[in-house]
Write a protein that binds this ligand. Structure first.
Ligand code: SF4
Length: 407
């Protein structure tokens, strides 16, 4: 895989070495078992795959290049480049400004921009409407476009579905930048609808098979279907694509459910006449990270720490998986962990807000077994910092060199 030029302060010697060793032992990525680092009183189960993915490294390289190449120009990010607070705030500290927030709310009016400005398009991609707007100002949308190729692949799959006259069902979060971008690209090709989860798929099924009146479609899915969507005729032939970072299990459940719905309704017809049997469009990083997390669930850890931005969809899903078995702390960085007072500030997945837990470490427990992983937009340096901070609380731990030598 291509090597990117990522600033050294995002990297970690320890994690870098660990990843190198695992890659050398398992170049074909067949082994998803965690790495076990035994420091004596503290043991870490570290996910086989985690941290910066291809798309994030690509975006970071382009963004820092944009800053370096344009010292006298104003540089804007369309919105958060990736969902990681440390990366975004470092870019802001270098003078980059956001045009919109993550929900799409305009922070800087278009009228304030001119053709001398530089705009970095985020890894999630953007809508056709926004790209056209930027071009109309005279700003290049190609040179500093960090759209991940795995997101573009979803757009290509959407085009293929559109070419086959399928309505495009996008399994994703309607508010997420990537899904908004995919919806925009898909709508150009064919009628499109965003579906969040199986609950919504069940409502769609009821409408498709006639258990609910067609008019319910427009109220239930308000704001999630393309202009001119005709629920009477546009739900007869459908295909599914996904936001690249959804939960793999949910994704396949929804596709199977919708396929079964079409088979039920059109039992005489061949499947392809009503349902495009495509593979999911999750990206490799989502698959690798989630598969690795499933292996973490087989360990006997005391708790799990998942590191990443609270608005990072892929990190959220890793934390959701960990939570199935372990007490899980979804933190955005080492600053969330106050070891002196034994308090951890973390994201509550159900209530979607930050909460705090006291006495999260039982100091009498030895060895303390901790799972650690991070999302695709989280720098390895943060993971190492968390590990180092925890290790410092114990008097007699082995050095990282000793541990890595025996790894
Ligand atoms: S998580 Fe996947 S789609 Fe998103 S930037 Fe990374 S590789 Fe690309």
């Amino acid at each position: 895989m291509k090597k990117f030029n990522v600033p050294v302060f995002y990297k970690s010697d320890l994690i870098g070495k660990l990843k190198e060793v695992r890659k050398a032992k398992d170049p074909r990525k067949k082994d998803y078992a965690p790495s076990f680092l035994d420091f004596g009183p503290v043991q870490f189960f570290i996910s086989r795959h985690f941290g910066f993915c291809y798309g994030v490294e690509n975006a970071i390289e382009i963004a820092y290049k944009a800053i370096e190449e344009n010292p006298s120009k104003r540089i804007f990010l369309l919105s958060e480049m990736i969902h990681n607070p440390q990366v975004n705030s470092d870019l802001l500290s270098r003078g980059v400004r956001f045009i919109m927030d993550t929900s799409g709310k305009q922070l800087i009016p278009w009228s304030e921009l001119n053709k001398e400005d530089v705009i970095i398009l985020p890894a999630f991609g953007t809508t056709i409407e926004i790209e056209t707007k930027i071009q109309s100002i005279g700003i290049d949308t190609i040179k500093y476009n960090t759209t991940c190729p795995f997101v573009e692949r979803v757009w290509k799959m959407s085009k293929k579905l559109g070419d086959g006259d399928y309505t495009i069902i996008i399994h994703g979060k309607a508010y997420h930048e990537e899904t908004r971008a995919t919806f925009s690209h898909a709508s150009k090709e064919s009628p499109s609808l965003i579906l969040r989860d199986l609950k919504e798929a069940k409502v769609l099924k009821d409408i498709i098979i006639g258990n609910r009146p067609v008019k319910d479609f427009y109220t239930f899915f308000e704001g999630k279907y393309s202009d001119g969507f005709d629920a009477q005729k546009d739900l007869n032939r459908i295909g599914v694509v996904n936001q690249t970072t959804m939960l793999a299990t949910e994704t396949s459940e929804i596709a199977s459910y919708l396929k079964a719905t079409m088979l039920d309704k059109y039992e005489e017809a061949p499947v392809k006449a009503h349902f495009a049997d495509t593979r999911d469009s999750l990206c490799y990083a989502t698959n690798d990270n989630q598969r690795s997390t499933n292996e973490l669930l087989k360990t006997g850890a005391h708790f799990a720490i998942v590191v990443g931005g609270y608005n990072s969809s892929n990190t959220f899903n890793l934390a959701t998986l960990c939570q199935e078995k372990f007490k899980t702390y979804f933190v955005s960085g080492p600053e969330n962990i106050d070891l002196e007072n034994n308090v951890i500030h973390h994201y509550d997945l159900e209530n979607k807000l930050e909460t705090s837990t006291s006495n999260f470490i039982d100091w009498n427990k030895e060895p303390l077994k901790i799972i650690i992983t991070s999302g695709a937009s989280c720098p390895d340096a943060l993971v190492e910092q968390i590990m180092t901070n925890i290790l410092k609380c114990y008097k007699s731990t082995k050095s990282t060199t000793e541990v890595m030598e025996s790894f």
